[in-house]
Write a protein that binds this ligand. Structure first.
Ligand code: C2E
Ligand code: MG
Ligand code: MG
Ligand code: MG
Length: 288
């Protein structure tokens, strides 16, 4: 009998899967440690540019993990682990606080009277179902002295559409704080058009895949144009992500895209490097 059980166990004991689980548990453990303090976790800031003038409009906060033994682990790898373990709620609050402290400090360096910069922060699906979310955002704004209108939260289509009715109420509560809301990676999820017009949001971010496909064919350009038209019809701003060439930028400008973000302008930057741009020293030429 014992042998039989042993054999049975062997059939589901897959070494590759075992290694994967051990890896996930280890990463979760290390991430939990990194969240306790220290400098392994940090936030990069990628400029967002006003397409018409080429001026700096704001930044997107993007979390970075510099693991002591493994070096940089991309968010595409550790965010899903943080998401499945619930750690993403703690991580997300930490990023929000860091980003708010940073934008408050930068706003102080701006010429009085110049248009305020905005700070975009990504929210995970799990954070959307955290009953404390609205209180947390309110507290962080108060604590850091950030004007609500400077803060923009990015949510993915699938996170919002998942529980559409519930999400609409939550988004309304968030918006009542005075912050802005944006749908990230627009076009890659399953958006129901009948809900899109009900969403209390301010902008759509056109996914990078559409932007990079634009120069390939007229059909791809038409998709981007249709997303722009839809956004305008519904009263949303449009931000294009993944702008890598001046050809991309020119096409988007011709389509009257409001804001752009991508390696053509700047990569996600360490806080010190991003701070230099706040002073007005832009690495891209206006209208480039
Ligand atoms: P996202 O929110 O869509 O962020 C944009 C991603 O595109 C970033 O990748 C950015 O570095 C990259 N990117 C920007 N411009 C270009 C370009 O011109 N070309 C190319 N090829 N890529 C460009 P990153 O930093 O690796 O982040 C990946 C994803 O991880 C983010 O996608 C977001 O979904 C998630 N993420 C990052 N930080 C956070 C965070 O603090 N909280 C949560 N919940 N998710 C985060
Ligand atoms: Mg984003
Ligand atoms: Mg995005
Ligand atoms: Mg994306």
């Amino acid at each position: 009998r014992a042998r039989e059980q042993g054999g049975g166990r062997q059939s589901w004991f897959d070494p590759a899967m075992h290694a994967h689980v051990v890896e996930q548990v280890r990463m979760e453990h290390d991430l939990r440690g990194a969240l306790q303090g220290g400098t392994d976790l940090w936030v990069a800031y990628q400029p967002i540019v006003e397409m018409v003038t080429g001026g700096l409009a704001g930044f997107e906060a993007l979390v970075r993990w510099n693991h002591p033994e493994r070096g940089n682990i991309p968010p595409g790898v550790f965010i899903p682990i943080a998401e499945s373990t619930g750690l993403v709620v703690t991580l997300g609050t930490w990023v929000l606080r860091e980003a708010c402290k940073q934008i408050a400090a930068w706003q102080d360096q701006r010429e009085p009277g110049s248009a305020p910069l905005f700070m975009s922060v990504n929210l995970s699906t799990r954070q959307l179902s955290d009953p404390n979310l609205v209180d947390v955002v309110r507290d962080v704004l108060r604590e850091t002295g950030v004007e609500p209108s400077w803060l923009k939260l990015e949510l993915t289509e699938s996170a919002v559409m998942d529980k559409a009715e519930q999400s609409i109420r939550l988004l309304q509560d968030l918006r009542t704080l005075g912050i802005k809301l944006s749908i990230d990676d627009f076009g890659t999820g399953y958006s129901s058009l009948s809900y899109l017009h009900k969403l209390p949001i301010d902008s759509l971010k056109v996914d990078r895949s559409f932007v990079s496909a634009m120069h390939q064919s007229e059909e791809n350009r038409a998709i981007v144009r249709i997303i722009m038209d839809l956004a305008r019809l519904l009263g949303f701003d449009v931000i294009a992500e993944g702008i890598e060439t001046s050809a991309d930028a020119n096409l988007l400008r011709a389509l009257a895209c409001d804001y752009g973000q991508g390696y053509h302008f700047a990569r996600p930057l360490a806080p010190e490097a991003a701070g230099k741009l706040v002073g007005g020293d832009l690495p891209w030429r206006p209208l480039d």
